[in-house]
Design a protein around this ligand. Sequence first.
Ligand code: ZN
Length: 673
Amino acid sequence: MTPTDPGPREPRGIRYGGDYNPEQWPEQVWAEDVALMSEAGVDLVTVGVFAWAELQAAPGAELRAGWLDRVMELLAAAGIGVDLATATASPPPWLVRAHPEILPVTANGVSLSLGGRQHYCPSSPAYRDAAVELAGRMAGRYGGHPALELWHVGNEYGCHVPACYCEVSAAAFRRWLRERYGDDIDELNRAWGTAFWSQRYRDFDEVGPPRVAPTFPNPTQQLDFARFSDHELRACYLAEREVLRAATPEVPVTTNLMGLFRPTDGWAWAAEMDVVSLDRYPDPADSDSHVQAALVADLNRSLGSGRPWYLMEQAPGAVNWRPVNVPKNRGQFRAWSLQAVARGADAVLQFQWRASAAGAEKFHSGMVPHAGIDTRQWREVVALGAELAKLAPLAGTPVSAHVAILLDWESWWALELDSHPAGLRLPELLAELYQPLFDAGTTVDFAHPEADLGRYQLVVAPALYLVSDRAATNLTDYVGAGGTALVTYFSGIVDPDDHVRLGGYPAPWRDLLGLDVEEVSPLPPTTTVRLGGPLAHPGSAGRRWQELIRLRGAQVLLEIADGPLAGQPAATAHPHGRGSAYYLATTPDPVTLSALIAEIAARAGVPAGPSRPPGVEAVERGGHLVLINHSDTTVDTGVGDDPRSDLLSGSVVSHAVTLPPGGALVLAPPDRP
Ligand SMILES: [Zn+2]
């Protein structure tokens, strides 16, 4: 996969703004909108994401674009750039009336109705044709507009409807399967293991999507359907992108990804995007929400191979779609925005500019709240705009990491299928391993298991259940050449057909790790086992998993200390070539896991992050050190002995600084004589 490259673009500072939906408001509000945008330092807005029904009134009709022309002119006159949507995310009622077959169908045969949003079958030719036709009209009308900076295709592909099980989709799935299996039904039978449960197919026409069945549908059928559904969504995006590229080759194209979103393969999508953008909505009610926010920021940067990325959507305050929607507390909007910039974002955009008065998202916060501008929310919005303007030196600069976490969507799809030893959830496992690295101030990249890993001192493989031969060799070669790997339980279990790799787990890495796993033994949710061994402390405990392991050269760092598997290894180390491979057979308590990862990172030569009190995030971007206090207490934190300028306050600091809750510093590189 090669990232598309429309050529170098000069960074224009850190961009600021949000989704602007003027079609929800009378025209007299627009001039006030643009004046307030200027007051807040807004210089980029996303326009038209859900405007199809306003823009077109019949199949193939001319655009009803007078209103949008006037909006674009107002924005251009104020020097505000536009991330212009193709407006195809939500089909208008007339299209559903003309083509009811575009409505998506669930696995249990229910046709989803008009009246929400994103109600389309990704394989529907009627939907795709209409969407491409509209994208072409948008490109034709606005391709040369001075306000146009970026094309925004669709919206949150896969949100609400990650897959469709209708007859049109079934036929498309069969065509996709014929292609994948060389039109050979026996090859499909082999891959799907259809000798089990009398599932042998005699013809592709007998095959369908994994609709609701009496019990678990065939797992490889489910895995292939996940691959197919991702492919179909991306085909919608690519069809629109090609129309835009042909009309405006110089204008970059994006669509908004959603971080750890299982249905769409982030690597494959980012490879087709000029700017990789992210919608990020951690729950302010979670005590570790800033860590989750950091994780998805690092992921989004990594998906784009380290290129600067755009935070396309976040809430200025509360969202409206959780059972209880806690607003961002005082300072969180600023702290999380600065965090995104520190972790590589060149834009901080919100959903949405003005909080709606009507519709399903009317209680979702906006930059301009229902209560108007004499409000805490608005003052925070204006203050953040002024601060982001000071961070222009960070725009376009890279973030470097010494540690990579391996992530492969194919493995994620397969890992979370039914009928496994236990229901492992990858985001949970990723968060558990990310947390101690975050706490240590160690910046993390994510990497595809087949990617070049040579630049990392440490590579972590959390429950990398499905591995290709190439990925298996890649990790082994990386360690052989001097790298350090940490592989956790339920990794290397199956091949890309979801067939178990036989001979003891993890079959491709037994020599690398110096051990064979004979049996896995998941633990019930409330059960823990005591841990002993050289890296244990008196309270060390393991949960979720343990294993019966035969050591073949690996040294034990932690072991199970009670229960039926007492004496079994829980964490091991093994030299391989010029490097080292570690294995983790349980989830240790956080203190033990932190100590283990600190030990492995130190042995691997990962540089220690700056020393700070708990709750203070530290990230370096382009030589700037960003420190953010996410805790709810005032803390003193070290900033090093060399005097450094703080871009936010303009003052010069050294040694130690006091940071209130939500306080932050962006320290310029030290002046060296
Ligand atoms: Zn369908």
